[in-house]
Design a protein. Structure first.
Length: 466
């Protein structure tokens, strides 16, 4: 009998290293001021542990670097494109495979084809770039998360699910003819990287068939979602993750992916579907904005690396390590009394800043204030998912804060070790003991579209606002 060890180790060894950005607290205060309290404006060499995003920040494997060396850089008909196409078609089953330079490019093309004024796109939850591209087309992005998704403290296995009954009610109200697409985001990034169950995907598919609506997957983290199904959903424990993923794709009419996540690469993505009318229009836009249809804004070496990464990500030893790493960070924060979306998702941990910093009101951006404090005290960079990202004004001009104030700690793939995560936990422990020192922020300048990327902020002066 083989002994089952409790310790889950990284299923790889490190071949190449790069130095971290070691700074003093005094230096970081200056950096924050110069960045106008927007962590996107901080130079990477001034960051010690970078948890801003898991998008394109992972470490590629020796096999992927080898694939880069044999990439075919032909402008049209490159061998690397056909390797890319074969891998995606075999995984997803879709006929039309369109390469793009990243996920938001796929969104821009897709919603340019099917969006427009008077139309609605329904989803379990749109992420920021998805929502922005939907609304840029003139359509409206509508979210239908399940109720348990907003109960951050109480664990539930599939908080990423869509509320099917609420979706159907909306379809009846607005008319199916005005809803060209249902998007199921797997995992659900905006609400904590939470997984979607196969049962819920089947229910969404049934609803879409009933009303003649297409269903696409935003599948940036499809492998993580498939592994959660294996762990948590009845009937899948003995099923290989690849087969679970293929079953997910069979329920959809199409998908798009930022390959910078679960394809384990630094750039790239795809748009895939079976509808040839949509795909023909999409290819026209691709050639206009991204590049020819067999490279789509990517080098051949990138296409080669994606094909390899899509195979590597389905290694269940890797997925076990990946999911456990997020759980380990979440457990460490909970031990310090730091509230999180529980259980942790697949690609990171989301801190509930609204609950953690009740003394900072929503219009003073508590999640952004916490993210800045994390950088100031420990050189750790996270990202705000709250009022800075999703706040807006109503028709009367009144400012409406976001319903949640989260700090996402997104973990790059195959980059940090346990000691790095222990350091993050330690810094949070200090912040938890001194959290009343953290003050709110106010905006000096911000754009109307995706303001969190470029906004300039400053600390609220003592006694200003409540």
């Amino acid at each position: 009998m083989e002994w089952k060890w409790k310790t889950i180790i990284e299923p790889f060894k490190i071949k190449t290293v790069e130095p971290l950005g070691l700074t003093t607290r005094e230096e970081r205060l200056t950096v924050l001021e110069q960045a106008h309290y927007n962590l996107f404006n901080i130079r990477a060499e001034k960051v010690l542990v970078d948890l801003l995003t898991d998008s394109g920040t992972g470490a590629m494997s020796a096999a992927q670097w080898g694939g880069i060396m044999v990439g075919d850089e032909s402008y049209a008909g490159a061998r690397s494109y056909y390797n890319f196409e074969k891998e995606i078609r075999g995984l997803t089953g879709f006929d039309e495979i369109i390469p793009v330079h990243q996920g938001r490019a796929a969104e821009k093309i897709l919603f340019g084809v099917i969006g427009g004024k008077g139309r609605y796109i329904i989803s379990n939850s749109h992420f920021d770039t998805t929502r922005a591209n939907v609304e840029f087309s003139g359509a409206q992005a509508m979210d239908f998360p399940v109720k348990e998704a907003m109960d951050f403290d109480r664990p539930a296995p599939f908080k990423g699910n869509a509320d099917i009954a609420a979706m159907e009610k909306f379809i009846k109200e607005k008319g199916a003819e005005n809803i060209p697409l249902c998007v199921m985001t797997v995992t659900n990034n905006s609400l904590g990287g939470q997984p979607v169950s196969m049962q819920n995907l089947k229910a969404a598919r049934g609803l879409c068939r009933k009303y003649g609506i297409s269903m696409f997957l935003d599948c940036a983290r499809f492998a993580e979602n498939a592994y959660f199904i294996k762990l948590r959903e009845k009937g899948y424990a003995q099923c290989p993750v690849k087969e679970i993923a293929q079953e997910m794709f069979k329920l959809a009419d199409g998908a798009w992916m930022s390959a910078k996540k679960d394809a384990l690469v630094n750039i790239g993505g795809f748009l895939a579907m079976n509808d040839r009318t949509w795909s023909a229009k999409a290819r026209q836009m691709l050639i206009l904005t991204e590049g020819f249809s067999t490279y789509g804004g990517l080098a051949g070496r990138d296409l080669e690396a994606i094909a390899i990464g899509l195979r590597e990500v389905l290694d269940e030893n890797y997925l076990q390590y990946r999911i456990r790493s997020a759980q380990y960070l979440g457990e460490g924060l909970l031990n310090h009394g730091v509230p999180i979306i529980n259980p942790p998702g697949g690609h990171g941990v989301y801190v509930n800043a609204k609950k953690f910093l009740p003394h900072i009101k929503p219009h003073q951006f508590p999640a952004q204030a916490l993210a800045c404090a994390l950088y100031l005290e420990g050189g750790i960079r996270g990202v705000e998912i709250g009022t800075l990202m999703f706040g807006k004004r109503d028709k009367a001009g009144k400012f409406l804060p976001a319903p949640m104030e989260l700090v996402r700690l997104a973990m790059p793939r195959r980059v940090y070790t346990q000691s790095h995560i222990d350091y993050v936990i330690e810094v949070f422990g200090w912040i938890a003991k001194n959290k009343k020192r953290i003050k709110g922020l106010e905006i000096m300048e911000a754009s109307e579209i995706l303001p969190h990327f470029t906004a300039k902020l400053k600390p609220v002066k003592p006694g200003k606002g409540t």
